[in-house]
Design a binder for this molecule. Sequence first.
Ligand code: TLP
Length: 341
Amino acid sequence: MIDLRSDTVTKPTPAMRRAMAETEVGDDVYQEDPAVNRLEARAAAIMGKEAGLFVPTGTMGNTIALKMHTVHGQEVICEARAHVHNYELSMMAWFAGCLARAIPTTNGLMTWEQIAKEIRPVGPHAAPTGLIAVENTHNVAGGTVYPLDQLAAIKRGAESRGLPVHMDGARFFHAATALGVAPIEIAQHADSVMFCLSKGLGAPVGSMLVGSQKLLEEARRLRKRLGGGMRQAGILAAAGLIALEEMPGRLAEDHANAAYLAEALATLPGIVVEPYAGTNIVFFGVADTGLTGEQVCARLLEKGVVMIAMGPYRVRAVTHFDVDRAACEEAVAILGKLLHN
Ligand code: TLP
């Protein structure tokens, strides 16, 4: 199987397996698990924040963040195709009691000017804005990356209006790699950052939420409330530490493979590749093949290639460390053969 569905499908490396077996553990609800404590401290340090929290999933990290920044009845400004708005079962409404004020963009990246127009005036009718949530990289827009000055303008503007900024950085290190900057250069423009250890960095489970000490104390309570107090979670954190320390350095390889896919897929009949954003996600249209996205994916699956249809005629391929260049070449060859038959 050449699995290009998502970078969530990676299996833990032998080093991760060893660390998981050997690590010393304690009860993390009492903050006594050494590996979790190390991981939280390292994540905070790398991002230039005071504190960190290990959470089971990116969805839980975002759910906690949205709740800790807001009160019921507020609005969260986010991009129209944001994960927090479309793929998290309305947790924004269910848990935080907020509505999304969604801004449509062409590339998933909001500008301060667009955001400023959507901040609700104080008055008898409009719900107050509680938070600005940015997604970096933006998944459904094709792995697009916020330019630093665009993020800085959002943070400056938000501060001037007394609003916090949360970053859904599920693929944060892909953004840092694409820009060629240290994580802190990006993270400084958000009050809280969620990033995934299990997306592209290879950990079997886990995401991190980082921010100020005060925010993270509340985040810890909210994690428990959601049932995310994981006890001897050091077994997972041990893999997470390896993901955090060793895996960001190899993401450029995934980006090069995605760039290859974008270029090679564009040569196939009927395939229209969307502008490639420089990270590990490639979207392409299949309408001109006469097949739907589902049909293309079903035929690929029969030949051992897994991609995902996101939209009726839109297919996504995501590169990661379990697919090398040869596997990408094979996937393109298999799709080419299918389309010629
Ligand atoms: N994204 C998954 C699916 O849910 C679509 C994927 O395969 O890409 N933020 C962003 C930007 C994400 O892409 C994801 C996962 C999450 C949050 C949620 O992370 P998990 O799956 O750990 O809850």
